[in-house]
Design a protein around this ligand. Structure first.
Ligand SMILES: [Zn+2]
Length: 320
């Protein structure tokens, strides 16, 4: 078997907050969770969007930011904060892992957007408007009423998107409901990304993207990060069978995006440390198996480089 270890930029990991809930340290190899420093180095993960939840209040958002900086500023963790494109090279050359501050939802953001501007100064470079819920900016996928399904991005949300894109913060559509998605499609002036979402016509889950949405992201020169969450890969299986899902199921989602859009639209957003994943990608050290599988099944090394890092890097260059 070939050994393929392209540099990886993972578009979504929840390690920053998740690691607090488990008895492990980021600097040490653990059998718990999906990512830590030694395992990320094994897989040649050179950078990742380390997501934090916002919670519902400014206080909770600030607490999450504080936890994020405790992780990233601890020298033993060998993390390097990425704030500009050049930093990806600096992280690689320093043998540190690049960490991007990503807000997964901004429910705790204030109406005047002070925390957006302060966040940007602190290195915020990517954010979603909601973590599946309804907030004052947008409506997420987890809505119960018909009326909520029709609500999208509010006036305040539009202001937030405009100001964020002017500053140079990439906007993430994962977790938005369909109405918010299409509102964003109309107002965005930059490429948009789905940091961690799959294909709804392959796997009929509300967190996955419709064919029209995939085409729209492609049209805006954005990317879709393939998510390893078992429910998003294949919701048809009973839970106990999930763990045995194979790399072929992951490839089905990639194939579909390539057929509908192109290879420039596919990225990685593993959702490691934020969800349950099948054994074939049971932690980040298994990533090279996926690249090898793709190489053996119709994808070139150049294609794989696009998926693992080049596409996401292109979007950051266009949006920052
Ligand atoms: Zn998520």
């Amino acid at each position: 078997m070939v050994s393929l270890k392209p540099p990886v930029i993972d578009g979504h990991i929840d390690t920053a907050l998740q690691i607090l809930r488990e008895p492990r340290k980021f600097a040490e190899r653990s059998k718990f969770g999906h990512c830590d420093l030694p395992r990320m180095k094994d897989a040649n993960v050179q950078a990742a969007l380390f997501a934090i939840e916002s919670g519902y209040t400014m206080e909770s958002l600030i607490t999450s930011i504080d936890i994020w900086f405790k992780l990233v500023s601890n020298p033993e963790n060998q993390l390097f904060q990425i704030k500009k494109i050049d930093d990806f090279n600096r992280a690689r050359d320093s043998e540190h892992i690049g960490a991007l501050l990503h807000f997964e939802g901004v429910s705790g953001m204030d109406d005047e957007l002070k925390l957006l501007r302060i966040g940007y100064q602190l290195g915020l470079r990517s954010m979603g408007l909601t973590w599946s819920n309804v907030n004052k900016f947008a409506t997420g996928v987890r809505v119960t009423t018909k009326r909520q399904r029709k609500t999208g991005i509010t006036d305040l949300g539009r202001k937030l998107v405009r100001e964020a894109q002017t500053l140079g913060v990439t906007i993430d559509v994962s977790h938005l409901n369909d109405t918010s998605f299409w509102d964003l499609y109309e107002i965005t002036e930059k490429p948009i990304i789905a940091t961690h979402s799959n294909v709804r016509s392959v796997s009929n889950h509300i967190r996955n993207l419709t064919n029209e949405q995939i085409k729209a992201i492609h049209e805006k020169h954005g990317t879709i990060g393939i998510n390893f969450c078992m429910k998003f890969l294949d919701p048809e299986h009973p839970y106990e069978e999930y763990t045995n899902l194979g790399l072929d199921v992951i490839k089905k989602h990639i194939d579909h995006i390539v057929n509908l859009a192109d290879i420039n639209t596919v990225a990685l957003g593993s959702d490691f440390d934020g969800t349950s994943v099948p054994n074939c990608v049971r932690d980040c050290t298994k990533l090279p198996n996926l690249w090898e599988y793709l190489l053996e099944n119709g994808y070139s090394e150049q294609d794989i480089n696009k998926i693992t890092h080049e596409n996401l890097l292109r979007v950051f260059k266009e949006t920052w």
